[in-house]
Design a protein around this ligand. Structure first.
Ligand code: PLP
Length: 382
């Protein structure tokens, strides 16, 4: 099988991740922050090490500001629902994923005002419009770091500056950016950076989190409360980090596996992997651009995108093509709207969506050559 759906979740996972999880499940009982047994202490230390790795990779110096959740969606909900109140104004881009749009639409029903900033047909945000809206005031600006549909990378540092100059909190949905390009949360004035562990960090599903600024951490109400293993004599939730936002048993197995994924990323070089994915994207564009019926979406300049390419085919049904690719040729891509109807409206591919190919360290040019030949064969047969 050829797997080209790495924007959904990277596959295969590195051997190191599998071995680490296997070792942890076999050899370490106990639970993070619970009790003083040798194993409980060992697990707590390992989880703290991963917190440190995430903090270093994302440009913050305090690992306790890294909050682990189950995925980016949980992290984003935690921030939006813990912060926003009726009457608050939120500025967001027209490329956002439903992980942001759906909770915001729900909050809108309760009196939160939403202001959408248009992005152009290549998915790039209009900074002048954003600046004008920010001058009118808002509680929060939320923008995704990179699009899961077109791979378009947003100018996060510049948006952070606009947020900072206007004293507005800044949330970044970093699900597609983390692990692909260096991120500098503190230098870019980001108050909340949501990440997921199972994409560019090469970790297992069920891992992710959010890195919070100290000012947002003190403003934010926790989404859930409960046992933290700390201050157990008290009936009230601790207010210190990360315990304020980490109630219940942590997915320590997954988090330690995530740490191994980050090690894999750093050993192979984040830059080297990103260059490899960009080379594959260029190679696919080259192979498909002569096909008159294929229409590509987003930026063609791969230096400004992640390793994602989206296209559709004139007068052809997307799900028929993706099914044939899967069942006949053994190639897995993702067709449809990718949980991002707003992004497809912006790019001009709504309501049918696109066929999305997304790459990882493990894909090769040979796989893409086979993919291109298979696709052309399907198109010729009609
Ligand atoms: C841009 C973007 N935001 C948020 C998410 C949600 O991530 P998770 O599945 O980890 O909750 C995704 C997942 O595909 C995504 O691509």
């Amino acid at each position: 099988m050829i797997y080209l759906d790495n924007a959904a979740t990277t596959y295969p996972k590195p051997e190191k991740v599998i071995e680490t999880i296997n070792f942890h499940l076999r050899n370490l009982g106990g639970s993070t922050g619970r009790g003083q047994s040798q194993w409980a202490i060992e697990i707590s230390r390992k989880v703290y090490d991963v917190r440190t790795k995430v903090a270093q990779l994302l440009g913050v110096n305090d690992p306790l500001r890294v909050i682990f959740t189950y995925n980016a969606t949980y992290a984003i909900n935690m921030v939006l629902k813990g912060l926003l109140k009726p009457g608050d104004r939120v500025i967001l881009s027209s490329m956002e994923h439903n992980a942001v749009v759906r909770p915001l639409r729900n909050l809108e029903k309760r009196g939160v005002e939403l202001v959408f900033i248009p992005c152009n047909a290549e998915g790039v945000i209009n900074l002048d419009t954003l600046r004008n809206q920010a001058r009118q005031g808002a509680k929060l600006i939320t923008v995704l770091g990179a699009s899961n549909v077109s791979g378009t990378i947003q100018p996060i540092a510049e948006i952070g500056k606009i947020s900072y100059d206007n004293d507005i909190l800044f949330l970044v949905d970093g699900a597609q950016l983390a692990g692909f390009e260096p991120v500098e949360i503190d230098n870019w004035h980001i108050d909340a950076f949501a990440f997921t562990g199972h994409k560019g960090f090469y970790g297992p599903q069920g891992t992710g989190g959010v890195v919070l600024s100290s000012r947002l951490a003190s403003l934010l109400e926790p989404l859930i409360e409960g046992g933290t293993g700390s201050k157990s004599e008290e009936e009230y939730q601790p207010v210190f980090l990360p315990d304020k936002f980490e109630s219940g048993t942590l997915n320590s197995t997954g988090i330690i596996g995530l740490g191994a994924g980050i090690d894999f990323l750093l050993e192979n070089g984040m830059d080297t992997i990103a260059s490899h994915e960009r080379m594959l994207r260029d190679y696919l564009i080259e192979n498909l651009e002569m096909e008159k019926s294929i229409n590509m979406f987003g930026l063609l300049d791969s230096q400004k995108t992640t390793g994602i390419l989206s296209f559709n085919v004139k007068n052809q049904d997307i799900s028929t093509i993706t099914n044939i690719l899967d069942r006949v040729y053994g190639i897995m891509v993702r067709g449809g709207l990718h949980c991002s109807p707003l992004a497809h409206k912006t790019l001009g591919s709504f309501p049918y969506g696109t066929i999305r190919c997304s790459f990882s360290h493990f894909n090769t040019q040979d796989e893409l050559l086979y993919f291109s030949q298979s696709l052309k064969e399907i198109l010729r047969r009609g």
